[in-house]
Design a protein around this ligand. Structure first.
Ligand SMILES: [Zn+2]
Length: 483
């Protein structure tokens, strides 16, 4: 085999010549790990990187949320850092992803600084004052890349990946039957092709996985015309997975909707900064978290196939620890907007003074200390402290959201701007809704509504109407009161 350049991965694909379609790919783990890492990538990162691609990224209203942050004056945010963490959200699984052979985000790596004294202060920026002890934080530490050899899948797994991103162990009855259905067994129409893929192809694959059922074909077979994606407004029959007993009357956010009675749609909403912070926090959410909240939602792309494949892989191919990293991806430490409505969790950084390493994988850190420094687990554990992000410039008040107190106008497809009657009136004009046809409705957003909003903003471009006006299939529907 020819030498592969260092920044590419070589893939062996079986191609259906007649249909000009990739049936499946065989590859080293390096490529499978790259594909699996898609589940850990925050939505905001996908949108930031996607414009470089030729494929239109149509994921509900997420792009509008991102553009709203870009367009909003920085004075509306609690700090510039709050705005930055929405435009360039950190990946909570960075300790894994930094070792990937191909990275889609080749920007500046995140820097980590720890407080020199005994306190567990940690910051993403240099020289800020530690809230814990009052000293300035200067010591830069690498986020430790200690690994047990695997990034996500185990050593010699050699999984097969189909065009719609289903992972299969090689040569199982299941994979054979899938491929004979696809007509792969006919040697006359198939050929083996080798591809070298780099970061650009990986980014294109990520975007295609969100909008197409055949992302590998569209990414790798250059002469394959990109299917024109339908532009119709998808009305989704989605119901997010909601854990029992999550309805929480406390901390509810109230939202005033301007509704067209005849069209049964939300024209726009007048809201406070609490609701906007909730919407903007969607940009920090890892893709896998959103997929985990969707129940049989007919997504345009096939990222849910990838998610299901990980669920189905047994621990010969992936450890339970890595499985959890992909199926319940966490936010980076200090980056979780603390309104508890979505139930997202933050990763934790652990620092060992003995080993002088920072890691978000405590088990791995302990095993490395045990191997090199101390003899008992309790000694290893006692040398580890969990770090707290202490950065007065940025993350201190995140429990109050990203924005300072203000009122905002939000459109049905989640374009957000400072509250404006002129904007509201021009929207009504554009929608051809006369003033006699509008009514005001006040709704309250609890955990259930927050999760439905998250899913709706990912799959359709009329998020507010879908969540607050359309009757959900089984549920009683959002609490509403006339005002
Ligand atoms: Zn300190």
């Amino acid at each position: 085999m020819a030498n592969t350049p260092a920044d590419t991965i070589s893939l062996k694909a079986l191609v259906d010549k007649e249909r000009n379609q990739i049936m499946f790919i065989e590859s080293e783990n390096a490529f499978i790990d790259v594909v699996l890492s898609f589940l850990t990538i925050p939505i905001g990162t996908i949108i930031r990187l996607a414009p470089k691609q030729s494929v239109p990224l149509e994921i509900g209203c997420m792009k509008n949320l991102y553009a709203s942050v870009e367009n909003m004056d920085v004075k509306h945010f609690r700090s510039k850092a709050c705005r930055d963490m929405l435009l360039c959200p950190l990946n909570g699984a960075e300790v894994h992803c930094k070792n990937l052979k191909l990275k889609i985000d080749r920007g500046e790596p995140t820097r980590y600084y720890i407080c020199g004294s005994e306190c567990p202060g940690l910051s993403y920026s240099y020289g800020v004052r530690c809230e814990g002890c009052g000293r300035n934080i200067y010591s830069q530490r690498e986020l430790s890349a200690i690994q047990d050899g695997d990034i996500f899948v185990k050593g010699l797994a050699r999984l097969i990946i189909s065009d719609d991103l289903q992972l299969m162990p090689p040569l199982t009855v299941k994979s054979l039957s899938v491929f004979s259905e696809l007509g792969v067994m006919n040697g006359n129409t198939t050929e083996e092709v080798t591809f070298n893929v780099g970061s650009d192809e990986v980014l294109k694959l990520l975007v295609c996985s969100l909008v197409s059922k055949t992302p590998l074909t569209e990414t790798l077979l250059k002469n394959k015309p990109i299917r024109k994606l339908s532009n119709e407004n998808q009305v989704m029959d989605f119901e997010p997975e909601i854990a029992e007993g999550t309805t929480n009357p406390n901390g509810n956010i109230s939202v005033k909707l301007i509704v067209s009675k005849s069209k049964k749609m939300v024209c726009y909403a007048e809201v406070g900064e609490d609701f906007v912070s909730l919407l903007l926090s969607f940009l920090t959410i890892p893709l896998g978290f959103i997929v985990s909240k969707m129940r049989d939602c007919s997504l345009r792309g096939c990222i849910s196939q990838l998610f299901k494949s990980v669920q189905d892989l047994d621990n010969r191919y992936i450890s339970n620890n890595h499985k959890e990293t992909l199926l319940s991806p966490k936010l980076a430490p200090g980056c979780c907007y603390d309104n508890h409505l979505l139930g997202t969790e933050e990763a934790t950084f652990y620092y060992s003074s003995t080993y002088d390493r920072l890691s978000s994988d405590k088990t791995l850190l302990i095993s490395r200390i045990l191997a090199d420094y101390v003899t008992t687990t309790s000694l290893a554990e006692s040398s580890i402290k969990s770090m707290k992000v202490k950065d007065p410039k940025s993350y201190q008040d995140l429990d109050k959201g990203y924005l300072g107190p203000a009122m905002f106008t939000v459109t049905d497809d989640l374009i957000i701007g400072p509250i404006s009657l002129i904007f509201g009136l021009s929207l009504l004009n554009e929608l051809k809704v006369p003033s006699t046809d509008i009514e005001e409705k006040t709704v309250h957003v609890g955990k259930e509504e927050a999760l439905r909003l998250l899913v709706a903003s990912f799959v359709c471009d009329s998020a507010l109407t879908n969540v607050f006006i359309r009757e959900p299939k089984q549920n009683k529907g959002p609490k509403q009161e006339q005002s």
